[in-house]
Design a protein around this ligand. Structure first.
Ligand SMILES: *[C@@H]1O[C@H](CO)[C@@H](O)[C@H](O)[C@H]1NC(C)=O
Ligand SMILES: *[C@@H]1O[C@H](CO)[C@@H](O)[C@H](O)[C@H]1NC(C)=O
Ligand SMILES: *[C@@H]1O[C@H](CO)[C@@H](O)[C@H](O)[C@H]1NC(C)=O
Length: 648
């Protein structure tokens, strides 16, 4: 007896293995072919549903003519699997006996451009269990591949429920599992008497009921409805959670007196509002702490901030000027970009230099040297002309020291007390006076120009100047990962000395005080500069001319969110319409108004209306001249005092 049983046992065990190892074994097994002939109690040939005349093959031929097919079957559905496999003869089909182990391998989940995953279930527990797991979070220390292994969010799932009791409940149970909630294409077949119902689920609703699409009777679908309707074109008022925090001009909160949010403005908020109108969803905002902002990756592998809300999937969409960037893409999905913005630095505006040289500035050095040369020779020549005149000039002209004073007197265009009496000296002095008049008019006109302009220190315009300016560098921690290790030594220096523990919004005050430079996206810097630090026509902080690379700005969504693909075209057309520019102008206007009082308060004592009085900064050179004169006379006095006795 035992001799007879053993081969049979071995046959069954090897059969079990072969289902997964060698799918085509089916065609060889006459044992299974006999099983396939089994009919149901009701006398209806259930097997017909799995032949090439059944609803399964009808759907595959209509929607997936060239798709790759994978069949998963539970053991009790072996005959059905066999019949279905036969109906698919001539196509590339993979077939797996459903088990937890097989689902946890990457083999059944390889992804092509179009996949049909067919499940024949009577119990469904293994699929329910597998589809409940967030496979990305289940393996936080593994690199996050895209597409991730162990599920195929873009596949078409066809599930045939062979159970006779509670099929509706089971369909609902499957459809509301974690991975199915993010899978758009799901079609569940439920046998009901001699026909089969085709039902599907909805995304982003509470999922309390399935939608009946069509029913199969007498060898055809009775209503010829589309069996894979797009579920995200009209979200029918479903609630999507949108995480955000204020960051002008992307997101600006209009607060009422109690500090509650009255309105949300800004480019990014307008994007969300228009998406919600187009897609017909209701927005529920999730507030992210302004301290955490975009978030930081903790050593234990979890994020906080906006990234945390999306990686932990407590929100459906994250928005607030998020740069589309590779490191974050390991954890979240990015939508199509809807804006582009470079990262830039903001540094203090150049300060006026204390300019004691102002009396010297109207002429260049060579002009001064020429004038000096003329002065020295003119007095000498006057002396010579006066000395050599046939008719003797006033004796004072024959004193060389007097002549030097006389020329200085002419240069200041003072009134002349002594005039030459005879032609040679008169002609000579006439030309000297014309020369002096022109030089002094030119000087005084240009002096006014120089005194009324503030001379400024050279502005910081390049990253090299910035790196060597002695300023400290503040930034959000996002920037730490961006440029450290840059081949540019100045950029490398800046990003190695970034300080990330400060609140950026408050750090602007430190920039104004000449202590810090900040790096952030350009429009954020611009709006802060214009709204908070521009007094009259003068800004006290300034964007460094040389910027970093531009980034695309996108929405972030949980990995594999079906919304990612679905929102793309709406975002693109919004961008192409140019609405971004208008929205940005609107929010800048609003934001400037918020800080109007502060600007006026500060602006008042800095920029008086009407002509400006000259300050000491501009005029101090004149006082230096006076001081020099005092010191000079004092020294002369001392010298005279000392040497007087000897003179006698
Ligand atoms: C399917 O593949 C066949 C042969 O490769 C091709 O001729 C046909 O156009 C394809 N059909 C579709 C709908 O892609
Ligand atoms: C949006 O959804 C609501 C709720 O289901 C529905 O009544 C309304 O007709 C939809 N609007 C559009 C424009 O589709
Ligand atoms: C990871 O670390 C952060 C900060 O140290 C902590 O707040 C968070 O709870 C940790 N998460 C887990 C899952 O341990």
């Amino acid at each position: 007896m035992a001799n007879f049983l053993l081969p049979v046992l071995i046959f069954f065990i090897s059969l079990q293995r072969c289902y997964t190892a060698n799918p085509d074994y089916f065609q060889l097994s006459s044992f299974l072919r006999q099983q396939a002939e089994i009919t149901t109690k009701n006398g209806i040939s259930r097997m017909e549903w799995f032949t090439d005349k059944g609803p399964m093959m009808w759907v595959i031929e209509k929607y997936g003519i060239n798709c790759s097919l994978t069949i998963f079957f539970e053991e009790t559905a072996t005959p059905e699997a066999h019949v279905l496999r036969k109906a698919m003869a001539g196509r590339p089909v993979r077939i797996f006996l459903l088990s937890s182990e097989i689902l946890l391998q990457e083999k059944p989940w390889t992804q092509s451009t179009c996949d049909f995953n067919i499940f024949l279930l009577s119990d469904g527990q293994k699929l329910i269990q597998h589809s409940s797991i967030n496979h990305i979070q289940a393996a936080p220390y593994k690199p996050h591949y895209y597409p991730p292994p162990l599920w195929n969010f873009k596949a078409y799932f066809l599930i045939f429920l062979l159970t006779r009791n509670d099929a509706n409940q089971m369909a609902l149970n499957i459809a509301t599992r974690y991975n199915f909630k993010k899978t758009e294409n799901l079609l569940v077949f439920i046998p009901r008497g001699n026909h089969v119902l085709a039902v599907t689920h909805s995304l982003y609703t509470d999922g309390t009921k399935m939608t009946l699409l069509d029913s199969w009777r007498n060898g055809r679908f009775s209503n010829s409805n589309h069996l894979f309707p797009s579920k995200l074109k009209d979200l029918k008022g479903s609630v999507l959670k949108v995480a955000t925090f204020p960051h002008p001009p992307s997101v600006v909160f209009d607060l009422n007196d109690e500090g509650h949010i009255r309105r949300r403005l800004g480019v990014d908020m307008e994007v969300i509002h228009s998406l919600s109108r187009v897609k017909n969803f209701t927005v529920q905002f999730v507030e992210i702490s302004s301290i955490e902002k975009w978030g930081f990756l903790h050593p234990n592998g979890t994020w906080d901030g906006l990234m945390g809300a999306i990686t932990q999937e407590t929100s459906d969409i994250g928005v607030c000027n998020v740069f589309n960037e590779h490191f974050r893409w390991n954890f979240v999905d990015f939508s199509y970009p809807y804006n582009f913005m470079p990262g830039c630095f903001i540094a203090p505006s150049p300060k006026p230099v204390l300019n004691w040289q102002s009396p010297m500035l109207p002429f260049t050095r060579n002009t001064w040297i020429s004038i000096g040369a003329v002065y020295i020779t003119a007095a000498l020549i006057l002396y010579v002309v006066a000395k050599l005149s046939v008719r003797q000039e006033d004796s004072r002209f024959q004193n060389i020291v007097y002549n030097y004073f006389y020329i200085v007197d002419s240069l200041t265009v003072g009134s002349v007390r002594l005039v030459p009496s005879y032609d040679p000296t008169r002609i000579y002095m006439g030309f000297i006076w014309i020369f002096c008049f022109i030089v002094s008019s030119a000087y005084s006109a240009n002096l006014v120009a120089f005194l009324s302009v503030n001379k400024l220190a050279p502005p910081i315009d390049t990253l090299e100047q910035l790196a060597t300016s002695g300023l400290r560098f503040g930034a959000h921690s996002f920037w730490l990962t961006q440029f450290s290790g840059s081949s540019d030594p100045y950029v490398d220096h800046i990003f190695n000395t970034l300080e990330t523990d400060y609140e950026i919004f408050d750090l602007f005050e430190e920039v104004e005080k000449n202590k810090f430079a900040l790096v952030e996206n350009k429009q954020y810097l611009e709006v802060n500069r214009d709204a908070r630090f521009t007094y009259g026509d003068k800004a006290t902080i300034r964007i460094v001319g040389e910027c970093l690379i531009p980034y695309s700005i996108s929405l972030i969504l949980p990995k594999n969110s079906p919304l990612t693909r679905n929102l793309g075209y709406n975002l693109l057309s919004t961008f192409e319409s140019g609405m971004m520019i208008k929205w940005q102008a609107d929010v800048v206007k609003f934001f400037r108004k918020l800080y109007e009082e502060k600007r006026l308060l500060r602006g008042h004592d800095d920029v008086p209306i009407g002509p400006r009085a000259l300050s000491l900064a501009q005029l101090q050179g004149v006082f230096y001249i006076f001081l020099c004169g005092l010191i000079w006379s004092f020294l002369t006095f001392i010298l005279e005092f000392i040497f007087k006795p000897f003179k006698k």
